[in-house]
Design a protein around this ligand. Structure first.
Ligand code: GDP
Length: 318
């Protein structure tokens, strides 16, 4: 695989309406790629094998970013384990198999850091995959994603296909889910601080003790990294994509105060779960590929807040 992709390659972004897919779409447009396929769910149902195969037979697809997924927070993941396993597994196998049958040159499969064992040593290395038990609350999602990445690995080993996978850390940015309860910490907190400022509240409640540490990556920085991975990475083992920097939830809350302009107090609600104490990916494989300098968190948060205001995401609970 050459290190630069032709600007007129046919590139399919599966899941182009999601947080990750939309970030990849913005990146490819900025870079001047002219033949991007970004079908909606209605146009291409990845759960339907014959529809997927027909799509690949009609469009001569050269490259695939596989960002299609059924995703949810801890509550949804836990409650609908069968749906998460079935849908993510079907979407992955249908698409990877079609890509193999119809001569796709390179396939990049995306998962998330929850594929790693619950008690993996930190920072989490790629080779900790399948070394011990998963976090039970998202086992359905994780098993499907592990099957997908293994399918890519095995197509590579058995048939010499250039199929690879990448595992991103916790993401945030434009297009995120800003629901008050069912979102991840950044959009959830951002909404709460914003509403507290508007309503003149004296304090904001932060879930948990504030002590857990998390790594965050802006989705546009992820897209930069993924294009580099698609161009340069050829390993059978998955590759981690993180910022390499983590912070405590308390530090995140302090940043959120200055980003939103809330001037009141922080109150920590220890009755809410902290989750795992620390979750950060080991990214030396990514760094070995080339220059990667994700934006500082404070900058990314400020940009995301501006985007959220412009797009009126706080006007309704989504
Ligand atoms: P996790 O990385 O899988 O644990 O997912 P989250 O992004 O949901 O939570 C990360 C940490 O942020 C946990 O320790 C939460 O308790 C804490 N947290 C603090 N405030 C919030 C909030 O408003 N929403 C969410 N989702 N988490 C919060």
């Amino acid at each position: 695989m050459k290190a630069t992709i032709d600007k007129d390659a046919n590139i399919l972004i599966a899941g182009a309406r999601g947080l990750v897919g939309a970030g990849i779409l913005r990146k490819l447009k900025r870079e001047g790629f002219s033949r991007i396929l970004a079908p909606t769910h209605a146009e291409l149902d990845y759960l339907n094998q014959s529809v997927v195969h027909e799509y690949f037979s009609k469009n001569r697809i050269n490259l695939v970013f596989f960002a299609a997924a059924k995703v949810g927070g801890i509550l949804a993941n836990n409650k609908f384990q069968a749906d998460f396993l079935y849908e993510n597994l079907m979407m992955a196998t249908n698409t990877i198999h079609a890509a193999a049958n119809y001569g796709v040159d390179k396939f990049l499969f995306l998962g998330s850091s929850c594929i790693y064992p619950k008690l993996a040593p930190q920072p989490i290395r790629e080779d900790s995959l399948l070394t011990s038990s998963l976090e039970p609350t998202n086992e359905g999602y994780a098993i499907a994603k592990i099957a997908g990445l293994k399918l890519c690995e095995m197509y590579q080993r058995q048939y010499g296909k250039n199929f690879i996978s990448a595992m991103p850390t916790n993401l945030y940015g434009p297009g995120d889910n800003f629901h008050p309860e069912h979102s991840h910490v950044i959009p959830g907190m951002m909404r709460r601080f914003h509403e507290a400022k508007l309503n003149g509240l004296k304090e904001v409640v932060v879930w948990g003790t504030g002590k857990p540490m998390r790594e965050f990556l802006h989705v546009d920085d992820l897209a930069d990294a993924l294009l580099m991975v698609l161009e340069k990475y050829e390993g059978a083992e998955t590759i981690n994509v993180g910022s390499g920097v983590d912070c405590t939830i308390r530090e995140l809350a302090e940043m959120m105060k200055s980003v939103t302009g809330f001037t009141g107090k922080l109150v920590f609600d220890a009755s809410k779960p902290d989750g795992t104490p620390r979750k950060i990916l080991e990214i030396s494989k990514l760094k070995a590929l080339g220059e990667f300098s994700p934006r500082p968190l404070a900058q990314g948060l400020a940009e995301t807040y501006r985007w959220a205001l412009e797009n009126k995401v706080f006007d309704s609970a989504r």
